[in-house]
Design a protein around this ligand. Structure first.
Ligand code: ZN
Length: 432
């Protein structure tokens, strides 16, 4: 059993933040030998249960759930910060030429290795990630994630049309490759497969139909794609699928909306789209740094809450501009101001934090597994140092409430805040 003593943040089932200024977190094996949180709460209430055991004490630090990135492209690690007019020119001029390189297994392995270290350095312990259309890019990421004992989901990108040579796949073979990869990786250790059409414009109806069949055949496999990010893209989908009621309805028509389906962006939606998200129990990956960078538009939080569908936060690197959950939460706060009709905060600090941890886990169908530190959870966590920079130290020392403390870290924080990322018993200290 590992016992940790520090300030401790976790979340109740209804998304309320639970905070112990002097907390205790105990992680140890369950009956099947898997590492789980055994106890979490106030030190004074729990310490007597663990008398005589070794305690790792981190005074002045904060233990918080590992962050969950609901949408990120590992092959775009080297595309981050590429200047473009918008989504479609960005894909054509930067992303597609770069993704061609993942045909080489050794290259894919090297990027996967760097990418996962970068996630961990930023405190992200679970991601739902795009690979490329090359099956070897999926093998490379899964193998590296397994080596680090990570809970991670990825999949081979499906794109059999409107894509250049080198990334375009072939319809029938792409579905065979997908099924082979599901058999090879889904459920191995902490890994999960995601059926991954890039987006409706780059998949033929036959490919989307095949993806939908696989989604029905393997109901606990994830589905990930993009929808309604950019107005030019929305127009293009209308031309390609003139009979669909909306862009989102294209996916629904092929059986690609269900639990464990996650669509990035969900910006240019109407009320019927939002109702469909809820009815199909499908989740949105909100990617605010990407939306600001590419000028795509703003996710409508109030409309999403009115409709009652699930969502959580995502970096969307390389359209997104940072791996850091702090940058993403700050951008979400900024975006939440847009169209605000009621006075007050755009989104509360604890709700922003929840969207990137327990809320994201719920949206992924992994509630009670990751993204939280309640008993029974797998117990991936970060150790944050609120004194990491002179300004952070000065500002957090004056925080008079939990919201003030969390918000100071959201606004001023980045990878320097993350002193350690702990995956079960494996520790990753930046620079170590
Ligand atoms: Zn994306």
């Amino acid at each position: 059993m590992h016992i940790y003593r520090s300030a401790l943040l976790r979340f109740s089932e209804d998304g309320q933040a639970l905070y112990d200024e002097d907390g205790l977190l105990a992680i140890g094996p369950d009956a099947s030998g898997r590492q789980r949180v055994q106890a979490a709460g106030a030190w004074h209430a729990l310490a007597s249960q663990f008398a005589g055991q070794h305690v790792t004490h981190w005074p002045g630090r904060l233990i918080a759930p590992g962050f969950v990135d609901m949408h990120v492209h590992y092959p775009q690690t080297d595309v981050i910060g590429s200047p473009a007019e918008g989504l479609l020119p960005w894909l054509e001029n930067y992303t597609f030429p770069h993704e061609k390189r993942f045909v080489t297994q050794g290259y894919a392995e090297q990027v996967a290795d760097f990418f996962l270290d970068e996630l961990l350095r930023n405190g992200v312990t679970t991601a739902l990630a795009f690979a490329t259309s090359h099956p070897q890019s999926v093998d490379a990421l899964f193998a590296e994630a397994r080596r680090r004992h990570l809970r991670l989901m990825t999949g081979k990108v499906l794109q059999d049309r409107h894509s250049p040579d080198g990334v375009r796949d072939e319809t029938e073979q792409s579905l065979i490759d997908t099924e082979d990869l599901i058999a090879r990786w889904h459920g191995v250790d902490r890994l999960g497969y995601a059926i991954t059409p890039r987006f409706a414009p780059t998949s033929s109806p036959a490919q989307l139909r095949g993806a939908g069949k696989l989604a029905a055949q393997y109901p606990d496999v994830w589905i990930q794609s993009h929808v309604a990010e950019n107005l030019d893209e929305v127009r293009w989908v209308r031309e390609l699928y003139p009979r669909a009621r909306s862009y989102l309805a294209v996916y629904d028509g092929f059986g690609l909306m269900r639990e464990r389906a996650v669509y990035a962006h969900c910006i240019h939606f109407d009320a019927e789209d939002r109702a469909l998200m809820r009815a199909r129990r499908t989740a949105a990956a909100v990617s605010p740094t990407s939306n600001l960078f590419l000028g795509s538009g703003f996710f409508d939080y109030q409309a999403a809450d009115r409709a009652g569908f699930a969502y959580g936060l995502a970096s969307d690197v390389g359209g997104g501009t940072s791996f850091s959950p702090f940058r993403t939460m700050l951008a979400a706060y900024t975006v939440g101001r847009e169209g605000q009709t009621k006075p007050g905060l755009s989104l509360s600090p604890r709700h922003l934090w929840w969207q990137h941890t327990a809320g994201a886990a719920r949206a992924l169908g992994l509630e009670g597994v990751i993204g939280n530190l309640q008993p029974g959870c797998e117990g991936d966590f970060v150790v944050l140092n609120p004194q990491a920079t002179p300004l952070l130290a000065r500002r957090t020392a004056q925080a008079a409430s939990l919201d003030e403390l969390l918000f100071a870290m959201i606004v001023l924080g980045d990878d320097r805040l993350v002193e350690q990322t702990v995956i079960s018993q494996a520790k990753y200290a930046p620079g170590a």
